[in-house]
Design a protein. Sequence first.
Length: 97
Amino acid sequence: MNESRIIQAYTGASGMFVGRFQSIGIISGNTDGIGELRECLKDILSDEGKYEIKFRDVNRYYSTGYKTAKRFYIKAIEDFSATNRMRADILTWDSAD
């Protein structure tokens, strides 16, 4: 089977069962593109001396969490999403609606 035709998807939730607004996000792409994206994230985390990044760590403009997340976001959008090697979809809803 051709690895580049296999699609991988990773999901995450934000605010689930807490607060008014809930979100679910998914990043998807072919095996090769997602694998390259994963390696880029590992390199960025290593450069910043981090093991992982969580949204709760992205709390101030000059925090290291913000800097790390921004580097990854720019890389993902400019190098992967813009060239159709990955896709990001976010569904957000108002639980009071």
